[in-house]
Design a protein around this ligand. Structure first.
Ligand SMILES: [Zn+2]
Length: 209
């Protein structure tokens, strides 16, 4: 994975710092049951480099939300683990913008990054927070219409992956009737795994169909 150092400027405090980012992400179209591009031999972990934190004011957000600058940067972005940076970004999205959809996606990315460093209790907590904030995003409609179906599906799967098997089943029973077929198909598979009390990841089938 080829990282590049990009000088950026914090939109909140104006401090310039160097961030390390991935110049491009290659999408295979393959997803796991949590819709992460992370299945079989394909484990790019690109999420670790999509977040940045300002070394001065602590603003945590998508790396791309910090505009690039040609000016000389003497500071570097802090080295805190990506899952902690995503959690900060989620808290900020909830607090400042009251944007529950953005917060839910940050918690989801936090869970994935926590998985990658075996931070098991944190990953479980992030999944519960992701499910909770994504549920709120369906109510306050911060969830874009185009993402609504996948979000409804994801809420149940995040519950199962956090070990909340019975709530996952009960949730899917109430929403499965309105899910588009590819998500309904997956939801049925996830419900069966929940009945077996399994939190194993499986492949998301027909994701491009
Ligand atoms: Zn700042």
């Amino acid at each position: 994975m080829q990282l590049v150092e990009i000088g950026v400027k914090c939109p909140d405090c104006g401090i310039k710092f160097t961030s390390r980012q991935l110049p491009e992400v290659y999408d295979t179209g393959i997803r796991n049951s949590e819709l992460r591009q992370h299945w079989g031999d394909v484990k790019p972990c690109y999420e670790h480099f999509a977040v940045a934190t300002c070394p001065s004011c602590g603003r945590a957000d998508w790396a791309t939300s910090f505009p690039p600058t040609q000016e000389i940067c003497t500071l570097n972005q802090p080295q805190s683990p990506p899952h902690v940076q995503y959690r900060q970004a989620a808290l900020r999205a909830e607090r400042q913008g009251k944007d529950f959809y953005a917060a839910g996606i940050f918690y989801l990315y936090a869970a994935w990054c926590a998985d990658d460093v075996n931070a098991v209790p944190q990953a479980r907590q992030y999944r519960r927070l992701a499910a909770e904030t994504l549920r709120k995003s369906l109510v306050d409609v911060s969830c874009p219409i185009a993402n609504r179906a996948e979000t409804e599906y994801l809420i149940g799967e995040l519950g199962r992956r956090a070990g909340d098997f019975e709530p996952c089943r009960a949730y899917y029973q109430s929403v499965i009737g309105r899910l588009p077929s590819k998500y309904a198909l997956m939801a049925r598979k996830v419900m069966r795994l929940a009945e077996l009390q399994s939190d194993d990841l499986i492949e998301f089938e027909n994701v491009t169909a």
